[in-house]
Design a protein around this ligand. Structure first.
Ligand code: TRP
Length: 466
């Protein structure tokens, strides 16, 4: 039977362990790894920041990922149903499930706009790239892309249509199949780019920037940024891993699968740094350039490189692939919840949710303009964020979702699974299919104590209490 006929009773399923691992890696590996991680590493001075990020992934991210996958696999439901099944009837614990779905909805609406820039830059690279442009022109290009409402709207539409088309195909024939094609391609392209970077003059300098800890450059804010990013990069806190876990058969080993996914995600983030920084250093650019690192500094380097247009095309296509498999996961959470909770089938649910997210993203696509979503929204929100600190539509929702909704969602999942879920069901959920049953107690201790404390620290930081 085709996946297009998914109903609550007849859910999709991965073909097996590797289907799950590839799809989940596709979900985790995204703009967060290739666009965001290098620039925040650059801003925070490298070395020590990377070390703290690795600690956060291992001690906080990984335990939460296991909790999410466990909840999904044990209940075979999306976030809302998963929370419901593991608590008493009528329990308020379904609320964090719904908040997760809402978070996915919001994040995808603006993630698609950034993915649209990657599409646009792939297009520019294909047309000969940035050859012959000087640094200033390239810098202005990025500024004028964001300010061009129609351009952003066009790419946002294209990217959302692509995402919808894949999710329409269902779990195995849509989500898994595209991950099976794009993920290996992404690994190969990144390795090819790594080969290029290793031959450049800046490689040694970049290597020591990424790996030698330098305490003087790290701020307290940087520590918390590392923690927050470990959530985003592993796709935690909104039920994406609950949903992906729910398509797993009971006999699969979720402990080793979660470890593999976290390691792959981390390796890709580190390799992205090892590709970007040598190129950046070789051409005398600054590592701390911020969000423009990938869209300004890198094209400037490509513009001076032999064969730069080809390398640029490879890089930006890679960015599109990474973004696409992540965007799919966000839409899948929303769609899967609608399938589980209503009588709608996959086709109707996907078209409905996809269109709604697309519409909600339109103001994000127009956020660089002088109109309502841009300048006017900035003036409007100055009343909330303080004079001169107003944010456009895009920044407002990015701020709400990444700084508040994800950590809150992660905290809820940790508290729920560690303290609220029945001990027997939890232990069974962990142990089923795995050889690593001896890790159960260590995992539970992390989830009970270290994880909530770490997450609360992020929230207090956001409130400027600590
Ligand atoms: N992890 C992805 C990235 O690094 C983004 C992402 C996909 C995500 N699904 C998510 C983030 C769910 C939070 C929650 O780009």
């Amino acid at each position: 039977m085709s996946d297009g006929l998914d109903t609550a009773e007849k859910r999709g399923q991965w073909s097996g362990r590797w289907g799950f691992i590839l799809a989940s890696s596709g979900c985790a590996i995204g703009l967060g790894n290739i666009w965001k991680f290098p620039y925040i590493t650059g801003e925070n001075g490298g070395g020590l920041f990377v070390l703290i990020y690795l600690a956060c992934i291992t001690l906080i991210g990984l335990p939460i990922m296991l909790a999410e996958v466990l909840l999904g696999r044990a209940t075979q439901k999306s976030p809302v149903g998963a929370y419901r099944d593991f608590s008493a009837k009528g329990s308020p614990w379904v609320i964090p499930g719904w908040i997760g779905v809402l978070t996915g909805f919001v994040i995808l609406s603006y993630y698609s706009v950034v993915a649209g820039w990657a599409l646009h830059y792939t297009w520019l690279s294909l047309q000969g790239g940035f050859a012959g442009m000087d640094a200033e022109t390239i810098g202005n290009t990025f500024g004028s892309v964001f300010a061009n409402g129609n351009l952003n709207l066009g790419w946002h539409t294209a990217f959302m249509m692509l995402t919808i088309a894949i999710v329409l195909g269902g779990v195995r024939h849509g989500v898994e199949r595209i991950a099976r094609i794009l993920m290996p391609l992404l690994f190969v392209m990144l390795l090819v780019l790594l080969g290029l970077a290793m031959q450049s003059d800046g490689f040694a300098e970049a290597f020591s920037f990424i790996f030698s800890p330098d305490a003087s450059k790290l701020t307290r804010a940087g520590v918390l940024e590392a923690l927050g990013h470990s959530f985003f990069t592993l796709s935690l806190g909104m039920g994406a891993m609950i949903t992906y876990g729910s398509y797993l058969k009971k006999k699969e080993d979720i402990v080793s699968a979660s470890v593999v996914i976290s390691i792959l995600d981390t390796i890709i983030a580190l390799v992205a740094c090892m590709v970007l920084f040598p190129i950046i250093f070789s051409y005398g650019m600054e590592p701390g350039a911020g969000p423009g690192l990938v869209f300004i500094s890198l094209p400037i380097a490509f513009s001076q490189m032999a064969g730069g247009a080809i390398w640029a095309t490879v890089f930006f296509a890679l960015l599109v692939f990474a973004a696409l498999t992540s965007a799919i996961s966000m839409l899948e959470v929303v769609v899967s919840t609608v399938i589980d909770e209503t009588r709608l089938r996959r086709t109707a649910a996907t078209l409905l949710c996809g269109t709604a997210i697309f519409l909600f993203g339109i103001p994000s696509a127009l956020s660089g303009t002088e109109g309502f979503a841009g300048k006017e929204f900035k003036d409007l929100t100055a009343g909330i964020f303080g004079e001169g600190k107003g944010k456009n539509w895009f920044d407002t929702f990015d701020y709400l979702a990444s700084n508040w909704l994800l950590p809150l969602g992660g905290l809820m999942i940790a508290l729920f699974v560690a303290w609220r879920a029945g001990a027997a069901a939890r232990e069974k959920g962990f142990n089923e299919g795995t050889r690593f049953q001896n890790l159960y107690v260590a995992w539970l201790m992390l989830l009970r104590f270290l994880v909530p404390i770490g997450v609360v620290a992020v929230l207090l930081h956001a409130l400027e209490v600590i």
